[in-house]
Design a protein around this ligand. Structure first.
Ligand SMILES: *[C@@H]1O[C@H](CO)[C@@H](O)[C@H](O)[C@H]1NC(C)=O
Ligand SMILES: *[C@@H]1O[C@H](CO)[C@@H](O)[C@H](O)[C@H]1NC(C)=O
Length: 391
């Protein structure tokens, strides 16, 4: 009788300790998940601010457009993408994007191409699935605009590009080449089609760009020529070019900053029409549009280049952790005359991984000490119990 009562009390004590240990383990696991998968995005993006754009001219404040630029999201496809990789990367991008929208409230978001990894060869069913996931990840309130330019992974490199792929892309993301808001003109260039070999798609895209150039010229110059008659006048402002391929540059040798290409890759010469646009196409864009700023993607690394001594181009790094440890996006405060840009880094993947490693370590320590404590007060109780049961 005494023995039974003693055993009962002892096992109650054991299970209480065991429950406390379990609770502790669960709390550590939950806290690290909550931090790494949710809170960290708020903590990091919270520090990003819209840059201040130049002082108002004679007290007259121009409207400022708040635009967010990102590039190369590469949503993985069904052929080469591993499901876990896909799940992880897409969750990270969804959280980053949604957190940025919530904290920063941009008016327009531009994605500079390579939204999908496998748009270049995906079946129509896989394409539909990719698009549905894209819409979920990059969902946004109706008053915010989302604009996407085509990249080589969306419609294929020049030799893979087909009317079918271009059309299905434009059905989802619109085929507008020109976008004006608050006095700012954006030209969205399908840079994959600037091969310059007169292919069907290429000639069509060039013709559209020439038409946009004409409209912009009409807004900038005295519209004396008959060409400018009719049609809506655009705001008088040099445009901002948005495209996937950067304009021609020999290499990334002159790029600097913490998210530029790694030093061992910087001097590798770029191939025209593959890494960057051809010299000819680049020159054409500069002549046609006389832009005040160019933003491009494709290289996955950051860079700032000055074309012709006056036109700056910003290479926007990839937004996916699959391509780099420190993804980012660009915040732009734009007026018709002026602009200011700043970069907002997302959480480092390294930080997330080390937090998880730390949590795993803590779990191991808690378990070991906990199990030790469970067994320690009556070292022989277990053995006695077991012997008892065995009989
Ligand atoms: C617009 O003006 C620029 C600069 O004068 C010129 O290079 C370009 O060809 C013009 N565009 C059109 C369509 O005429
Ligand atoms: C780097 O800058 C220097 C000086 O402006 C220039 O001469 C050189 O061509 C640039 N290199 C590349 C690869 O752009």
């Amino acid at each position: 009788m005494v023995l039974i009562r003693w055993l009962g009390r002892h096992s109650f004590c054991l299970s209480r300790r065991r429950r406390a240990l379990l609770l502790k383990l669960m709390a550590v696991t939950l806290a690290s998940l909550l931090f790494c998968e949710f809170l960290i995005y708020y903590l990091v993006i919270f520090w990003c601010r819209w840059p201040e754009v130049g002082a108002p001219a004679r007290g007259k404040r121009e409207p400022v457009l708040k635009a967010l630029f990102l590039a190369d999201t590469h949503l993985l496809g069904e052929i080469t993408g591993h499901w876990l990789d896909k799940l992880r990367r897409e969750w990270q991008m969804e959280r980053s994007f949604q957190t940025a929208l919530w904290l920063l409230q941009p008016e327009v978001v531009f994605i500079l191409g390579d939204v999908f990894d496998e748009g270049k060869w995906s079946s129509s069913k896989a394409w539909e699935e990719d698009v549905a996931r894209f819409r979920k990840m990059f969902r946004h309130p109706p008053h915010m605009q989302l604009k996407v330019v085509a990249g080589n992974h969306d419609i294929g490199f020049h030799y893979q590009m087909s009317m079918y792929r271009v059309r299905r892309f434009e059905e989802v993301f619109s085929s507008d080449r020109l976008f004006s808001w608050k006095g700012v003109n954006f030209v969205m260039v399908n840079s994959v089609a600037l091969e310059g070999d007169g292919c069907g798609i290429c000639s069509q895209v060039e013709a559209e760009l020439v038409e946009v150039s004409r409209k912009l010229n009409c807004s900038r110059e005295e519209p004396d020529s008959s060409q400018c008659a009719g049609g809506q006048r655009l705001p008088v402002s040099a445009p901002i070019l948005l495209q996937h391929y950067p304009l021609y540059r020999a290499s990334d040798a002159n790029c600097s900053g913490e998210d530029a290409a790694p030093p061992e890759e910087r001097n590798i010469p770029f191939q025209e029409k593959y890494d960057v646009l051809s010299r000819e196409a680049s020159q054409k864009l500069l002549w046609w549009f006389r832009p005040r700023l160019i933003l491009s993607g494709h290289t996955h690394s950051a860079c700032e280049v000055l074309h012709g001594g006056s036109v700056p181009e910003i290479s926007v790094p990839s937004f996916s952790w699959r391509n780099r440890n420190n993804p980012s996006f660009i915040l732009g405060s734009l007026t018709s005359r002026d602009y200011a840009l700043s970069k907002c880094f997302l959480p480092l993947e390294g930080t997330v991984l080390s937090t998880y490693c730390g949590a795993a370590g803590l779990l191991v320590v808690l378990t070991l000490t906990g199990v030790g404590r469970l067994a320690s007060p009556f070292p022989s109780a277990w053995t006695r119990l077991r012997v008892h049961r065995a009989r």
